[in-house]
Design a protein around this ligand. Structure first.
Ligand code: HOZ
Length: 430
């Protein structure tokens, strides 16, 4: 076991001043036991904690670090831009440049609005859908997580699921009643809701590939049928691509499955590691947003030059030759290695993966929805997680989060990771 006394001391101090010692609950090690590691430095595929331990990182800042940490092109761009000031609260050319790159990737987006986080983007997208359709109800899917907006903390995944509060206290029941919950990969559940709520549903919001209940893939035709059903009912479809945007393909899940959402939420990668979110869609919908239309949404730091610059460089680098092919190769190598380690140990697991985004579920059945993820064996997850950590592998402290591979992960990193997974699998089956 590695020494973590400094992290422990820092966590004791942090708990005196910060709620639970952390600024986002999923960072706490509550579900796995022990204390969170304090990270002092990150470069490429690695992070280092306050005690000097080095880890191969699959959290990747929960998704943004697709180029690897502290990428030199991103750092150079930030250095240049910050010399001219960090925030003006006024338009800059960088916003136009980043908008153009995003539109290149997403043909479904005519107009875009940059915000500061994925949460902001989904909150605004819901308000826009309600404003545009003049309807109040929304449909979401069990286990999907779209940030911590009131309407969306209903049967939510990610930290809310990990900590056992998928329906948060503090959300008025009157709000929650407007959120109707369907089952992912179950089109009939969506049809039933529309049937019972005729002309009342403003939109369906979905992570087209789930990433907040672990990584769960859509069945063939599910998303296409979802769009058809929603449109037949005069409802909008919001794809929350905060995680999948620029991750599973340059144009996210929409490129991968050749689909177009009415509104798309983005975040994580488009900020290159700085706080950013965005929502965009067809012109006639986006023209409902102020100052063009009656749906109000604003932000002092929205589109600030540092975040725009980091995002711009990141998106430019992602357009270099074979980037997504390389990510797929790395993902495939890791997947095959972990599966073969599991076979050697003689246990069943499901490895769900799209390109560089993956999850392992200890189940002998395919995991296709939140119920499937919850049925997987999470009893020994804590032991599994800590064995990975002891072997130098940093993953999310939750059985319900995806792992992310970056362009900086080397074959040696992946080989070491496979060995660590083998140790962890052995440990929980001793
Ligand atoms: N969407 C991320 C987790 N799936 C956010 C991380 C956090 O909640 O801090």
């Amino acid at each position: 076991m590695q020494k973590i006394q400094t992290s422990q001391k820092l966590f004791s101090q942090a708990q005196k001043h910060l709620v639970g010692g952390v600024n986002s609950p999923v960072r706490a090690f509550k579900a796995v036991g022990g204390n969170p590691l304090f990270i002092v430095r990150a470069k490429g595929s690695r992070v280092w904690d306050a005690d000097g331990n080095e880890y191969i990182d699959y959290v990747g800042s929960w998704g943004p670090a697709i180029l690897g940490h502290a990428d030199s092109f991103v750092l150079n761009a930030l250095n240049q831009v910050m010399k001219n000031g960090t925030s003006f609260g006024a338009p800059t050319t960088l916003e136009i440049e980043l908008a153009l790159e995003v539109k290149k990737a997403y043909p479904s987006i005519d107009l875009i609005r940059f915000v500061n986080s994925g949460t902001e983007s989904s909150m605004a997208a819901i308000r826009l859908a309600r404003g545009f359709t003049a309807k109040n109800k929304i449909i979401k899917f069990e286990g999907c997580y779209h940030g911590h907006g009131d309407s969306l903390l209903v049967k939510a995944g990610s930290g809310a699921q990990t900590l056992g509060i998928p329906d948060s206290a503090g959300v008025p029941s009157e709000f929650a009643a407007l959120t109707l919950v369907a089952n992912y990969n179950d089109i009939q559940s969506v049809k039933n809701i529309f049937q019972k709520n005729k002309n009342e549903v403003a939109c369906v919001i979905i992570e087209p590939i789930m990433g907040n209940m672990g990584c769960i893939l859509p069945q063939p035709h599910f998303l296409k049928e979802l769009i058809n059903v929603a449109h037949e009912n005069h409802s909008l479809v919001i794809f929350d691509e905060v995680m999948t945007g620029f991750r599973v393909a340059f144009g996210g899940a929409q490129e991968l499955f050749n689909l177009q959402a009415d509104i798309t939420c983005l975040g994580k990668i488009i900020g290159g590691g700085l706080p950013v979110g965005a929502y965009g869609g067809r012109r006639e919908i986006m023209e409902y947003v102020a100052p063009l239309g009656p749906v109000y949404q604003a932000g002092t730091l929205s589109g600030n030059p540092l975040a725009m610059a980091a995002g711009l460089v990141t998106l430019k680098k992602l357009q270099e030759k074979d980037v997504y092919k390389k990510l797929e190769e790395k993902g495939h190598f890791l997947e095959e290695g972990i599966k073969s380690a599991a076979r050697e140990v003689g246990i069943s697991l499901q490895l769900n993966r799209v390109g560089s985004m993956f999850s392992v579920f200890f189940s002998d059945k395919p995991v296709l929805d939140a119920a499937g993820a919850l049925c997987s064996n999470t009893k020994n997850f804590s032991t599994f997680f800590h064995t990975l950590l002891d072997n130098g592998i940093y993953t999310a402290p939750s059985a319900f989060e995806a792992g992310f591979i970056s362009l900086a992960h080397t074959v040696e990193d992946l080989e070491k990771t496979i060995q660590a997974y083998k140790q962890a699998i052995l440990k929980i089956h001793e």
